[in-house]
Design a protein around this ligand. Structure first.
Ligand code: GTP
Length: 597
């Protein structure tokens, strides 16, 4: 089809508002996928994603649609739905001319929706409001449409009412995509510029790059050049996503497709990079490229020291597919050999951990996540420290800076008080409060990222019965009065339990942490002191009394199979333990600092 008949769009929605369900219906109605070949949700095709009900990786699908006897090519570019991946969202939006803004008509606008709408507006996208789930008895499309007008300032008189589940309003949505979203600009004569909005590593073909041709065109076999990574390759295969990969010879301006070029790591073809021709290079790359900066770090240690080489191999493999994952070896006297790993955020961290365990069969101990501190040393050096146990001694440092984020929370007005308390407890600085509608308010705080790592999101949800939502962005480094809190178990320092806390909170954290550890560490045959210290000063101390734990004592008679079963059960219980000196410390203990009362 000519470029004037191409429409590139994405779907913006808060988690659970129905993005995947709607995408499925669009694919069905355009005959792109037949019902029977459809998995439950075609676009979210990673197992982990489906289990968690979230979209992590972007995907794309090309649909054919005929309106008034004109054939159109509609490219849907999927966007991930979590704050950790907001950079990827921004690149997929940049590859589109329009967006469907899907809002659950029984709920309303959420923080995540807002953040993505602002991104879409920055990218000058045409936004089509869609009110989903009108089949629900609690749906209030008129109220929600008003809310959207008030909050976003979007004309919602033409909002489409739909039920993705029941298939209502789907044709109307397709028609609006054609009539309201502008076609791509025809810049076919310019040198090639294609925006990468996703890439993944395929063990057989190397990296598969998903891109949108912004200027010019690309042919199979072309020698291409990645402007940010500076690498060049031959485009062995190019194709479209319908939604399965289908080879073609050429992709023209405005089109969306994939290529493979025996690229060995996604770091060579990162999301946001611009592809041009090696011979006829574009003068400048497309705007908006950013390196992935890990925001949180944690230690990963194999429970079984023999698994260290396997852990390294697994991390190397995952990195081929995840340019944001960073790692380097870490050794600790308590934990042995492991890796210090950097992630975009907590969800990213959990996903990597889970994949290491599931796909690579590793049993790991994960230490509590830490942010990256900036330390101004006495000798004038500035060092970055992502491992609390390596923080320079007080005499060797002048000051410590920590990353701050700005967070926006949207909440029904009755919970404003509880959220303000939460902000206060987390060293937040109150910035602004606005009523976005009669019943809902937006609260803006700036607070240390370290205070958000851990249970902040859970707290936000539990203090508002699940009604509040949030969004955050990094605002910069600021000096804080921080100290390092160390933990000793049975007289031995356990570095992975070290944590950096604000001076005013140190005593409370020390007390709560030693109490929590006392609960979590199983009693052993001898008495175990648990202490929290600042430098050499003990600030809190607990003691775990001894117990004689004989699992076999419950056995009557000499039934050997029963005995074996009990012993096996005990062995399983030990799986996630790490021997620190003579003391077995369970996984939960390493995360204890995140869940203090
Ligand atoms: P993420 O992938 O987590 O971002 O969620 P999503 O926005 O893709 O939502 P999804 O399509 O998975 O839908 C969330 C839930 O809402 C599912 O249980 C759907 O069955 C349900 N749902 C989606 N559309 C409708 C609708 O029109 N009516 C009703 N009643 N339920 C719907």
């Amino acid at each position: 089809v000519p470029v004037s008949n191409i429409r590139n769009f994405c779907i913006i929605a808060h988690i659970d508002h129905g993005k995947s369900t709607l995408a499925d219906k669009l694919l069905q109605l355009t005959g792109t996928v037949q019902m029977r070949e459809m998995k439950e949700q075609f676009l979210d095709n990673m197992d982990l994603e489906r289990e968690r009900g979230i979209t992590i990786k972007l995907q794309a699908a090309r649909m054919r649609y005929v309106l008034d006897n004109e054939p159109y090519c509609l490219n849907l570019i999927d966007t991930p739905g979590h704050v950790d991946f907001s950079y990827e969202v921004s690149r997929s939006l940049a590859a589109c001319e329009g967006a469907l803004l899907v809002v659950d008509a029984s709920q309303g606008v959420e923080a995540q929706t807002l953040a993505n709408v602002y991104l879409a507006l920055e990218n000058h996208l045409e936004i089509i409001p869609v009110l989903n789930k009108i089949d629900l008895p609690g749906a209030e499309p008129d109220r929600v449409a008003r809310e959207m007008e008030e909050i976003i300032g979007l004309d919602c008189s033409t909002a489409i009412q739909c039920s993705a589940k029941e298939g209502i309003g789907i044709a109307e949505i397709l028609n609006s995509i054609v009539t309201r979203i502008p076609p791509p600009n025809d810049t076919s004569q310019n040198p090639l510029r294609a925006l990468i909005f996703d890439s993944y590593y395929d063990p057989y073909r190397g990296v598969i790059v998903y891109f949108r041709v912004v200027d010019g065109s690309i042919r199979k076999g072309d020698k291409i050049y990645f402007m940010a990574s500076g690498k060049d390759y031959f485009a062995d295969e190019i194709g479209v996503l319908s939604p399965n990969q289908m080879q073609v010879d050429e992709l023209y301006v405005g089109e969306v497709g994939y290529l493979s070029a025996s690229i060995r790591s996604v770091a060579d073809a990162r999301v946001g990079d611009t592809i041009t021709h090696f011979g006829r290079r574009a003068a400048s790359s497309l705007p908006g490229y950013e390196e992935a900066t890990p925001m949180v770090f944690c230690g990963l240690f194999p429970v079984d020291a023999d698994q260290f080489p396997e852990l390294r191999d697994a991390l190397e493999k995952l990195q081929l597919n995840d340019a944001a994952l960073k790692f380097e070896p870490e050794t600790s006297s308590a934990m042995g050999f492991g890796f210090r790993c950097g992630f975009l955020g907590l969800l990213h961290m959990e996903i990597v951990q889970e994949r290491l365990e599931r796909e690579y069969n590793l049993t790991l101990i994960t230490t509590a996540p830490s942010v990256v501190y900036r330390v101004n040393c006495a000798n004038g050096d500035i060092i970055e420290c992502s491992n609390p146990s390596l923080l320079p001694e007080p005499g060797k440092r002048r000051s410590i800076e920590e990353p701050f984020v700005k967070i926006e929370m949207l909440t029904p007005k009755e919970y404003i008080g509880s959220l303000m308390e939460l902000g206060q407890e987390r060293r937040g600085e109150f910035k602004e409060m606005n009523y976005i509608t009669e019943n809902r308010a937006s609260l803006i705080y700036e607070l240390p990222l370290a205070e958000m790592v851990g249970d902040f999101f859970d707290q936000l949800k539990s203090r508002t019965k699940g009604y509040a939502s949030m969004e955050y962005s990094f605002v910069g480094y600021r000096e804080s009065d921080l100290v390092k809190l160390d933990v000793q178990i049975n007289g031995e320092p356990v570095e992975p339990l070290s944590t950096i806390v604000h001076k005013d909170k140190a005593y409370a954290v020390g007390r709560a942490l030693t109490q929590k550890l006392k609960e979590l560490i199983p009693r052993q045959m001898f008495k175990i002191p648990i202490q929290a210290c600042i430098g050499s000063k003990v600030i809190a101390s607990e003691s775990l009394s001894a117990i004689r734990k004989d699992v076999l004592s419950k056995c009557y008679g000499g039934d050997i199979s029963r005995k074996k079963k009990l012993l096996k059960k005990q062995a399983e219980g030990k799986k996630r333990m790490k021997a620190v000196g003579k003391v077995e410390v369970p996984q939960e203990a390493f995360m204890a600092v995140l869940r203090l009362e």
